[in-house]
Design a protein around this ligand. Structure first.
Ligand code: ADP
Ligand code: MG
Length: 858
């Protein structure tokens, strides 16, 4: 083995324990990285790669960042999913013998960042742990280290449900056992884009006993321990803001599979991946970051329990009608800071006096909040007020101790109020008196020496001095002062008395700065004791904020309070909450919908771009809004409580998993069919599109029949296969509806109105016209179409079509037609082959023959 210097030996030893992290190795004012870390970091951080001579032939690649600017570099690495191990000097270099002792004091990982500049305000930052058990069950634990939240869910229906559950949550990192099968690990990485970390130790750390008192299942305990042990390993300190684990009973919530979460664009849009254009974007009228985070959680887990929903609606109703009071409420809420994250940072130990002042200001708002809430009529709102406990004790501590406008640093004094601590007051008196004495001395010396420009100054090197300009030196009596320093045009002097006072002042100042720091830490520790109370307050304040947001958005956008019925649903003049906002001009066309046990499947036909998909999503979004306790976009709504929503919407490729559109389509359909109940809502939008016409149509029909006969879920099924509208005759619970479009002077006009019955025409060419395809091309397509419609022969293909790639479009239609011809012939022959003539009466044979001939003529 190559021989390295003792320091490099130390580096190698520490690095060996942190192979999967960048090791930020503290050397003086820099964090240095070596070897592969250095090469990779120089690329990722765009910093210069240098070399360090280790005392052998091969120099060591090296790069570094200044310690005071390290935060930014760390953030870049964390954002890219890396981990950073902070390795500090843990003894004083001046007194160290040999190489200064160094240790990793914190491992910063994407899921465990605490620094506010690395977190998004209105968004949680989860680290999760996932554990698998021999009985086939999985346990997921969510933790947000910045807020202390812990939630835990047991999933006993296989791996798929794990992916559906984890999908679309703001999870940055998942801690798993190294024995989790490799292909499952890969799925987590590829489909969820998270950093995977490993922790095999699942024994419970007694320090955290109080966090799991409510867990009575060993599997939950193990998975929770996995996460807590990992947090302990990375943070290397005990964190007393971690909250008791809340068990999520998944069957208490409306479940949305990952396809619905994505397709319905609840919290982010598919294409831009941003909040703008999502349902969250419309509904988020919260005024605090805590409220915004809670709203997102509610959206992802709508309720199932009618009483709980009604309770929320009742409060929203109250906030809705008391708009003056609501305004006051919103104003008050605006001055409440992020209590949840403040609590987290207090526990973590990285708050300054300004943060604590924010805490004080926020807490001082509580009485005002209570006051405002009590003005509303609703009992439920008054109850909310009762849950807000005024933390007088905390406010007293903060009020008596901290000055109003403290500096950022907690190590330079000027943060503690006079009168808070006697010793500190004494130091301050000493320093103030000393300074006063010096000011008086200056006056006295001026008078006695008659040198008006004489002054007493201070600098760090010489301390206090008396300064006399060269022009006035002749006025000084010999030996009055002791000369200390000569400048170009002045002399500086001291006296023993001056130095004595200086000593007193400096000592007092130094001591008072030290004492202020100690006192600040004490105050912080005192506040720490009250973290659970802060977290409780945060929870109530967030709830109030979300519910007032519902009232505000309901009023602004004219939503109505829904009622709930059993197994039927009827909405009058419903609207799509997002599209209506995007259109802004009020031109969105409202539509009715009704579903009940007799008619639980709606088969929707209509031309492209007429509004089929919009209509379907509109229903799902309305259902979700109702079940989170918000009013809904319509004139009147009677909803039912759905247990699950399944969707298959749009033709967007599943880029994430790299599967083909058709495969995804079938997976989504299968997921719906195998999990839906008669209390579920299924949206199937143009299913079967991804394969050849007959193949697709056959599948689509079979799927509808299956749902109709075996599941009886409420289902919206849009299709471009007009043939399917015939199902209305054979499936009693299916009803045809269509989106109306009219032809006006050769153009198609979309009215976006839903009507009973099937649509009669396909308006594809008109849509192409709307899209401004060349006129010659449109004419050509029209003539091909009429030929196709009048004869069964393929249209001549000799005519040259200008734009190369467009010929594909026409050819596709032709092949489809050809395919149709040969398929129908094959069908006749197949059926003929299968006839069992010996078991037929002559009349039956005659009937069959008649049918075959009819088919053959098609
Ligand atoms: P389809 O699924 O039938 O092809 P979409 O639902 O995608 O049609 O709707 C196409 C466009 O028509 C939407 O982007 C929207 O701008 C508009 N649209 C749909 N429904 C309505 C409506 N009810 N009122 C106004 N515009 C609508
Ligand atoms: Mg569509």
């Amino acid at each position: 083995m190559a021989k390295y210097t003792p320091m490099m030996e130390q580096y190698m030893k520490i690095k060996a324990e942190h192979k999967d992290a960048f090791l930020f190795y503290r050397l003086g004012d820099f964090y240095e990285m070596f070897f592969d870390d250095a090469i990779k970091a120089s690329r990722e951080l765009e910093i210069t790669l240098t070399q360090r001579d280790p005392g052998q032939k091969e120099p060591i690649p090296m790069c570094g960042v200044p310690y005071h600017a390290a935060d930014n570099y760390i953030r870049i690495l964390i954002d890219k999913g890396y981990k950073v191990a902070m390795c500090e000097q843990v003894e004083d270099p001046k007194t160290a013998k040999g190489v200064v002792k160094r240790e990793v004091v914190q491992l910063i990982t994407p899921g465990t960042v605490m620094e506010s500049n690395m977190l998004r305000e209105g968004e949680n930052n989860y680290i999760a742990s996932l554990s698998h058990f021999k009985d086939g069950s999985y346990v997921i634990v969510y933790n947000d280290l910045s807020t202390g939240e812990n939630r835990i869910a047991l999933l006993s229906h296989g791996w798929d449900t794990v992916i559906h559950e984890l999908y679309n949550q703001p999870i940055k990192e998942i801690v798993v056992s190294s024995s989790l099968p490799e292909d499952l690990q890969r799925q987590l990485r590829d489909r969820l884009h998270v950093t995977l970390s490993y922790q095999d130790e699942v024994n419970f750390n007694a320090e955290y006993r109080n966090l799991c008192e409510n867990l009575n299942d060993e599997r939950l305990m193990k998975s929770f321990s996995r996460l807590l042990n990992y947090i302990q390993f990375t943070q290397k300190r005990s964190l007393n803001h971690l909250q008791q684990a809340e068990v999520i009973e998944l069957d208490h919530y409306l479940s949305l599979d990952m396809y619905s979460k994505r397709n319905l664009e609840l919290t982010e849009t598919i294409l831009k991946k941003g909040k703008h254009g999502s349902l969250l974007w419309v509904l988020d009228k919260t005024v605090t970051a805590m409220g915004s985070r809670m709203l997102k959680k509610w959206l992802e887990r709508p309720l199932l329990n009618k009483q709980h929903i009604e309770k929320r609606l009742q409060i929203v109703d109250g906030f809705y009608s008391g708009f003056m009071e609501r305004d006051t409420l919103r104003e008050t809420l605006k001055s409440v800071y992020d209590l949840e994250r403040l609590a987290g940072r207090i526990a973590f130990g990285n708050v300054n006096a300004r943060d604590l002042n924010q805490l004080k200001q926020s807490l001082e708002k509580i009485p005002e909040l209570i006051e405002t809430l009590k003005q509303f009529e609703q009992e439920q709102i008054k109850e909310l007020a009762d849950r807000l406990l005024y933390p007088k004790h905390l406010i007293d501590i903060l009020h008596s101790s901290l000055v109003d406008d403290p500096p950022v640093s907690i190590k330079e004094g000027s943060i503690i109020k006079d009168g808070y601590n006697e010793t500190l007051d004494n130091y301050r008196d000493a320093s103030r008196n000393g300074k006063k004495w010096i000011a008086e001395l200056e006056q006295k010396e001026k008078q006695e020496t008659k040198i008006k420009s004489l002054k007493i100054g201070y600098n760090r090197v010489f301390g206090y001095y008396i300064e006399v300009t060269k022009a006035n030196i002749h006025l000084l009596p010999e030996g009055r002062y002791e000369r200390k320093q000569t400048l170009a045009n002045a002399e500086r002097y001291i006296t023993p008395e001056l130095k004595e006072k200086e000593q007193l002042i400096l000592e007092a100042e130094e001591k008072s700065v030290e004492l202020e720091y100690t006192l600040f830490i004490q105050i912080r520790e005192q506040i720490k004791e009250h973290i659970p109370q802060l977290q409780h307050l945060a929870e109530v304040v967030s709830t109030i904020d979300v519910l007032q947001a519902f009232a505000t958005v309901s009023e602004t956008n004219n939503y109505k309070r829904p009622r709930f019925a059993e197994n039927k649903l009827s909405i009058k003049n419903g609207r799509h909450p997002v599209i209506e906002q995007v259109m802004k001009d009020g031109s969105f066309v409202p539509n009715d919908i009704s579903l009940d046990d007799n008619k639980n499947i709606l088969l929707i036909t209509g031309p492209n771009m007429s509004g089929k998909s919009t209509y379907m999503r509109q229903l799902a979004l309305t259902v979700i809004m109702g079940q989170i306790g918000c009013f809904v976009p319509c004139e009147d709504a009677e909803l039912m409580l759905f247990d699950q929503i399944f969707t298959r919407i749009g033709a967007a490729d599943d880029l994430v998993s790299g599967q083909s559109t058709f495969m995804v389509e079938m997976l989504e359909a299968n997921h719906a069919i195998s999990n839906a109940t008669n209390k579920s809502l299924i949206l199937l939008d143009e299913i079967g599109r991804g394969t050849s016409t007959y193949d697709g149509m056959a599948l689509a029909q079979a799927i509808v029949e299956y749902i109709h006969n075996n599941i009886q879920a409420k289902t919206l099924f849009s299709t471009h296969y007009h043939e399917l509208t015939a199902l209305e005759e054979t499936l009693p619970n299916l009803k045809n509806i269509h989106v109306r479009a009219e032809e006006y002077e050769g153009n198609v006009v979309f009215l976006h109105q839903i009507k009973d019955g099937a649509a009669d025409e396909s308006y594809g060419i008109h849509v192409a016209k709307l899209a401004d395809l060349p006129e010659a091309l449109i004419e050509r397509a029209s003539s091909i179409l009429s030929q196709l419609e009048s004869t069964d022969k393929p249209a001549p293909t000799t005519e040259k079509i200008e734009a190369g790639q467009l010929s594909f479009f026409v050819e596709e239609k032709l092949t489809a037609k050809k395919e149709k011809v040969s398929v129908s012939h094959n069908k006749v022959i197949n059926e003929l082959k299968q006839l069992n003539l010996f078991e037929m009466t002559p009349l039956e044979a005659m009937n069959e023959l008649y049918k075959l001939q009819k088919d053959a003529k098609k």
